[in-house]
Design a protein around this ligand. Structure first.
Ligand code: BEZ
Length: 252
């Protein structure tokens, strides 16, 4: 499966909701001045910039060179890293992540890396897509692939766990789960469904030519107009969040 080719400028323009709807997870993080915090999958760095402005020492990592450049352009310390292979050890008071963990398909490896990166008593606070996230969107995309045999196989690039599955993963890694909840959060797409697909389904379309991509966008849109579009609200995606706080109680 190919990776999403993120373009930070398109992300900032068409996916501003990713940061603007993250108020609750930032509140759950409750950053305290002086703390050392890792932002895992920092995107364009908007939330890291806010956390940094609270007086924290923020380190950003992302798998996309374009996002790392965008975060650096905000004056943040940012580096390219694969979330499945974090190399920090006993370094951070907190690890924070918003809308990124569902792109990392080896959750055990991610959690081991996060656990190792934290100091004793450190916390992991994150929000990601939870079970049922974008289910209408996913169904439309898979249906369009199965009806267009020339598109090849549909590869789902995301991992949307249930609370119980993710709690088990956290506990198996050694975390104590302070809170975990799954929340339905319909998400208005101000730039429309095609821009959402262009930004987020890039890896799904990686092997399609320009004509096939256009057909994919059109057919997905036609399938979803009855469920995700209304005259009053425009396009609203069927997001479901998994939000949690987990603590590293031990010193390992
Ligand atoms: C999400 O934040 O839930 C998400 C974003 C893009 C694609 C899939 C999920």
């Amino acid at each position: 499966m190919k990776n999403n080719q993120w373009q930070a400028s398109a992300y900032t323009e068409h996916a501003a909701f990713v940061s603007s709807m993250a108020t609750e997870v930032v509140s759950l993080l409750a950053p305290v001045a002086g703390e050392s915090i890792l932002d895992l999958g920092c995107g364009d760095g908007q939330l890291a910039e806010y956390i940094s402005a609270q007086g924290c020492l923020v380190s950003c990592v992302d798998a996309s060179p374009s996002m790392v450049s965008a975060a650096k352009a905000r004056g943040l310390s940012a580096a390219l890293a694969n979330g499945n292979k974090l190399e920090f050890s006993n370094h951070f008071d907190a690890v924070f992540s918003n809308a990124a963990l569902h792109w990392m398909l080896d959750p055990e490896a991610v959690l081991e890396g996060v656990y190792r990166a934290l100091k004793a008593k450190g916390r992991f606070v994150a929000e990601m897509g939870g079970q049922g996230n974008i289910s209408a969107l996913l169904k439309a995309m898979t249906d369009v692939f199965s009806e267009n045999k020339d598109f090849g196989t549909f590869n789902n690039p995301w991992f949307f766990p249930s609370e119980s599955d993710y709690r088990r993963l956290l506990e198996r890694t050694g975390f104590r789960v302070d809170s975990i909840e799954r929340i339905s959060r319909p998400t208005p797409l101000a730039s429309g469904i095609e821009q959402w697909l262009a930004v987020f389904a890039d890896s799904i379309c990686a092997d399609l030519n320009a004509q096939q991509k256009k057909r994919f966008f059109t057919q997905v849109k036609v399938r979803l107009v009855g469920t995700l579009y209304s005259e009053n609200d425009g396009w609203v995606a069927d997001y479901v969040r998994l939000r949690f706080k987990a603590v590293k109680d031990s010193t390992d």
